[in-house]
Design a binder for this molecule. Structure first.
Ligand SMILES: Cc1cc2nc3c(=O)[nH]c(=O)nc-3n(C[C@H](O)[C@H](O)[C@H](O)COP(=O)(O)OP(=O)(O)OC[C@H]3O[C@@H](n4cnc5c(N)ncnc54)[C@H](O)[C@@H]3O)c2cc1C
Length: 285
C-alpha cells in the first residue's frame, strides 16, 4: 500500500478493535478531525484503496484474514457542544459519555442507549436502539462525507430503517451530528435510566456483538430459542444460553466459527419455521 504521509497508519489485529475479539490484520488510521478524515478518504479514493469506517467495533464481524483496504477508526474524533436544548457532537464521542454530560446539565439525550457500547457514528449508521426508541427519534441532522464532498442530512434524509440508514447503505462517513435533547427533572432522568438499565439485566456478558439478527415482525431470539439452538456451538463460538440472539466468543473463536454458527442458526430456523433471519451485524469485507 502507498504511504499516507500526514496521518499515521498502523497494522493492527481487528480482534483488538472489535467487541467479538476476533479478526486478522488490517491497516488502520485514527483521524482526529474532519480535515484529516477527508484527507484519508481522498487518499484511498485516489489510490483505489477500499476503506471501512469503524467506531467502537461492537456490531461488526471481521474476517480471519483481516481487511485489505484501510480501516478508518473514529475513536479519536472527539468533541461536543451542549447548550440550550441542542447537542452537537463529533462522530467519535461515546454515547454513554454524552448521556452523562447531558444528565449533569438536566437534559435527557438517549437514555434508551443505556448499556449499548456505541460511539455516535456507529449508533447513527446502525440506527441503534431498543424496542421503545432508536437513534432516528433524536437525530436533528448529520454531516457526512464520501471523501469527495461533505453533505448535511436532515433526519428525513438519513433514511433510517430497521437497524440501518443511508450512511450504512452508501458507506458515507459520518463526521458530526446534532440531536434534540429534552429538559427534565433529576428524578425523571433517574427514572428513565433505571428503566432502561433494568431491562438489560438478563443480557449475556462476555465477548459478543449484541444481537446478531434483526427483529422483524417477530423476536429473532425467541425463534432461535424455540428451534432448540441455545448452547449450539462451533469451535469457540456458542449461542448464548441467556439470550439466543447473542453469539458469544467463549474460547478464542475464529471469525469463521462465528460465521458458520450464524449460517447454522439461519438454516435451522428456516427449516423449522419457514422464517428467514437477516443479520443486523455488519461484516467487514
Ligand atoms: C453487549 C452489547 C449489547 C448491545 N446492545 C445493543 C442494543 O441494545 N441495541 C442496539 O441497537 N445495538 C446493540 N448492540 C450493537 C452495537 O453496540 C450497536 O449497533 C452500536 O450502535 C454500534 O456502534 P459502534 O460504535 O460499535 O459501531 P461499529 O460496530 O464500529 O460500526 C457499526 C456499523 O456502522 C458503521 N459506522 C461506524 N462508524 C461510522 C461512521 N462514523 N460513519 C459511517 N458509518 C459508520 C460501520 O461501518 C459498521 O457498518 C450491542 C452490542 C454489544 C456488544
Amino acid at each position: 500500500m502507498k504511504e499516507l504521509k500526514s496521518i499515521p497508519t498502523q497494522m493492527m489485529q481487528l480482534s483488538e478493535l472489535t467487541s467479538i475479539g476476533c479478526g486478522g490484520a488490517a491497516r488502520v488510521c485514527f483521524p482526529k478531525t474532519g480535515n484529516e478524515l477527508k484527507e484519508v478518504l481522498s487518499f484511498c479514493l485516489s489510490c483505489g484503496i477500499a476503506f471501512y469506517p469503524l467506531s467502537n467495533g461492537t456490531n461488526v464481524l471481521p474476517s480471519d484474514t483481516g481487511y485489505r483496504g484501510m480501516i478508518v477508526c473514529f475513536k479519536n474524533m472527539k468533541g461536543f457542544h451542549l447548550s440550550e436544548g441542542k447537542l452537537s457532537t463529533y462522530a467519535g464521542e461515546s454515547v454513554a459519555k454524552l448521556n452523562e454530560a447531558c444528565k449533569r446539565q438536566g437534559y435527557l439525550f438517549a437514555p434508551f442507549m443505556t448499556g449499548v457500547p456505541a460511539l455516535v457514528g456507529g449508533a447513527i449508521a446502525m440506527n441503534a436502539g431498543v424496542a421503545e426508541h432508536h437513534m432516528a427519534d433524536i437525530v436533528r441532522s448529520v454531516t457526512a462525507t464520501d471523501g469527495k464532498n461533505t453533505y448535511e442530512f436532515s433526519r428525513k434524509e438519513c433514511k433510517f430503517s430497521n437497524k440501518s440508514s443511508i450512511f450504512l447503505r452508501e458507506r458515507l462517513c459520518i463526521l458530526q451530528a446534532s440531536f434534540q435533547i429534552q429538559k427534565a427533572s433529576f428524578s425523571e432522568i433517574e427514572e428513565k435510566f433505571l428503566f432502561y438499565r433494568d431491562k438489560r439485566k438478563h443480557l449475556p456478558t462476555g465477548k459478543s456483538m449484541g444481537c446478531i439478527f434483526r427483529n422483524e415482525d417477530f423476536p429473532s431470539g425467541k425463534l432461535i430459542e424455540e428451534c432448540g439452538l441455545k448452547g449450539a456451538r462451533i469451535g469457540g463460538a456458542v449461542v448464548s444460553e441467556r439470550h439466543a440472539n447473542f453469539i458469544i466468543n467463549e474460547n478464542q473463536a475464529k471469525a469463521s466459527d462465528i460465521k458458520k454458527l450464524i449460517v447454522l442458526v439461519k438454516e435451522t430456523v428456516f427449516q423449522k419455521t419457514g422464517r428467514r433471519l437477516t443479520e443486523e451485524i455488519q461484516y467487514i469485507l
